[in-house]
Design a protein around this ligand. Structure first.
Ligand code: CA2
Length: 150
């Protein structure tokens, strides 16, 4: 069975690196995916990387990822109102790391109220795009380096 980690990004993150670099940095989503893939390749783990602006698509991918080895998700604005995303995360058997590039607690107060965080195993916020790689490294470490189920 293939060991698989999902890297899921929500609305507008396709523009990463092209807007608001003071908040989100200069790396593109392709750069982020390459950094995460470097980790998973080293451990012969498959990385499925996706971005969507549509909530129903995110829900479908979370359903697919239910039995994976782990999920790294930056839900972006879905974390404020995405109840269908919340329900899909709750159905997942695997560890889920919610990542935010910026520090939600240093921004407008409403941004720190992710409705999804309670369904995640853990949360990384404010470490820039490094947060994605660190999240993947954590999921790999849970697998004992390589192999394992999912
Ligand atoms: O810090 C994060 O990663 C966020 O999830 C990004 C979301 C924002 O709504 C959250 O509060 C925090 C916004 C993503 C918008 O995507 C952009 C990408 C590039 C440039 C500008 C926006």
């Amino acid at each position: 069975m293939t060991t698989r980690i999902y890297l899921l990004n929500g609305p507008n993150l396709n523009l990463l690196g092209q807007r608001e670099p003071e908040l989100y940095g200069r790396q593109t989503l392709a750069d982020v995916e390459a950094q995460c893939r470097a980790v998973t390749d080293r451990h012969r783990i498959e990385l499925v990387a996706r971005q969507t602006n549509a909530e129903h698509e995110m829900v479908a991918w979370l359903q697919q990822a239910r039995d994976a080895a782990g999920i790294v998700i930056n839900p972006a604005a879905f974390c404020y109102h995405g109840v269908a995303v919340l329900d899909a995360m709750r159905m997942c058997q695997c560890p889920i790391v919610e990542v935010h590039i910026s520090n939600l607690y240093r921004r407008e107060a409403w941004r720190s109220k992710s409705i999804l965080a309670a369904a995640a195993t853990g949360l990384i916020t404010g470490l820039g795009t490094d947060g994605y790689r660190l999240a993947v490294e954590h999921l790999v470490s849970l697998l004992g380096g390589a192999g394992g189920a999912g």
